[in-house]
Design a protein around this ligand. Structure first.
Ligand SMILES: C[S@@+](CC[C@H](N)C(=O)[O-])C[C@H]1O[C@@H](n2cnc3c(N)ncnc32)[C@H](O)[C@@H]1O
Length: 440
């Protein structure tokens, strides 16, 4: 454990997480798990998390500024100093902390990293930035990658797919997300949950079209929320709660959640209706998390490891009344929660994802009972994974009929509905509900 006397420990932890994400391609949550392990206080952990998010949101600008300020790139063994300084620059730019405190903490973090010989460099870089800030920053706006903080391929794709909305999508992806909750109806009503939260000193709002959602106005420790441990609340964005509305659930249905882990939507299904649920996922370790969630929420569903694209290896031959395909996707709709996605996801990944999604859809469609509903969902904002995918599915399957659900939020995008990030303060999500017609 590191006792933090000079503010260096959370900055150093953030830099250690960032080097893993940006140089080694590691997922941020995993990188933070190891990097934050040595921090003593929840406040330091939260600061390190916030700083790592801030740097990832603005990485091209920060990297550019550092290149302008440091004439010779540090040697490979000193690479961590680059990330400590990126954290320092991000803090100087957002001006939450007084500049001398930021510089002091960054220089102490450089020493804490065992790079004391670079303290002078760190001090000079941050002070020079303060002096030359206006000139240096004037270069940022001309380049879309530096200005927006996204890779060029993603900016291009969003401009193409959402010509009227792409700037709003990029802006929303750079905003910190709200803390959205799902109320477990089997445990209490939304009104009761809200009353308990308010009594415990929290402020929360609701969204009319999302009957189970509450949004906290200030961040809070989840496990300390009233009712959380007992199973009354889960953390889930509002857009993710829409899948259940598209499914038109009723008691007695046989339901397949085909890509179920970690179980957010599977649990919501069980909270909403007395159905016979099979939660399938290809990743057995992630399926364990579904089991953990069901236990906390006191829900009962069948867990099944298996490949949704190859049902003959796990299907018992009985048709399903409802199928949810919450498909593996680019996750470009949840970049505000996971700012690493924009750097870890590559343009070349999309075609393979589109192919996998199509294979899963085609393989599962015959498992749906005539009259049954399949809901295809992604947390993507890319047309190729969403309405283009839906369109080609409909061309291949004459016995599929789109259900419009235009009472639910989202842009109608023929077929399906798209929530763009920021709409009703939600994540980006796509839903397409289709009924299987009686065969001709
Ligand atoms: C978007 S996540 C699902 C999130 C989940 N529905 C929830 O609400 O918590 C996609 C899931 O699909 C799973 N997956 C990927 N390929 C699969 C396949 N071929 N068959 C079944 N599951 C798959 C992944 O392991 C991952 O857990």
């Amino acid at each position: 454990m590191v006792a933090d006397v000079d503010g260096s420990a959370p900055r150093l932890a953030a830099a250690r997480a960032l080097i893993q994400v940006l140089d080694q391609g590691r997922n941020l949550d995993m990188a933070l798990d190891s990097a934050l392990a040595g921090l003593v206080t929840a406040q330091d952990r939260s600061l390190a998390r916030r700083l790592s998010h801030a740097v990832l949101r603005d990485w091209p600008a920060l990297d550019y500024l550092l290149s302008a300020l440091i004439k010779r790139r540090p040697a490979r063994r000193d690479r961590l100093v680059w990330f400590i300084l990126a954290v320092g620059l991000a803090e100087l730019r957002d001006q939450r902390e007084p500049a001398p405190a930021v510089v002091h903490a960054a220089v102490a973090a450089v020493a804490g990293a065992g790079l004391a010989r670079l303290k002078g460099l760190a001090n000079a870089v941050l002070r020079n930035f303060q002096r030359q800030r206006a000139v240096l920053e004037s270069d940022l706006a001309a380049d879309p990658v530096r200005a927006w903080g996204y890779p060029a391929w993603l900016i291009e794709r969003l401009r193409h797919d959402w010509p009227g909305q792409w700037e709003r999508v990029l802006t929303a992806g750079n905003q910190p997300p709200p803390l959205s909750l799902r109320v477990n109806r089997r445990y209490w009503s939304r009104e009761k949950a809200l009353a308990e939260l308010v009594a415990a000193g929290h402020e929360a709002g609701s969204i009319a079209s999302l009957p189970d959602a509450l949004v906290l106005t200030r961040r809070a420790a989840i496990s300390a929320l009233p009712g959380f441990t007992a199973g009354g609340l889960s953390v889930q964005d509002g857009a993710a709660q829409l899948a259940v509305e598209h499914l038109e659930l009723a008691a007695g249905q046989r339901v397949l959640d085909a890509c179920a882990a970690p179980g957010g939507k599977a649990a919501h299904i069980l909270e909403r209706a007395d159905v016979d649920l099979t939660a399938l996922d290809i990743d057995a370790a992630r399926l364990d998390q579904v089991g953990d969630n069901f236990r906390r929420l006191k829900l009962d569903g069948r867990l099944l490891p298996g490949d949704a694209a190859d049902p003959m290896t796990w299907w018992d031959g009985q048709a399903f009344d409802r199928i949810l395909v919450d498909a593996p996707c680019s996750a470009t709709g949840v970049i505000r929660r996971h700012p690493d996605i924009r750097w870890l996801r590559k343009s070349g990944d999309i075609a393979a994802l589109v192919d996998l999604q199509a294979r899963i859809l085609d393989a599962l469609w015959p498992l749906l009972a005539p009259g049954g509903i399949l809901v295809y969902a992604t947390c993507s904002v890319l047309a190729a994974e969403n309405h283009d995918q839906g369109r080609s599915f409909l061309e291949r399957h004459e016995d599929a009929e789109v259900i419009d659900h235009d009472h639910l939020p989202g842009l109608a995008c023929s077929p399906g509905r798209q929530i763009l990030p920021g709409m009703l303060d939600m994540d980006g999500f796509y839903h397409l509900a289709m009924r299987r017609l009686q065969s001709a």
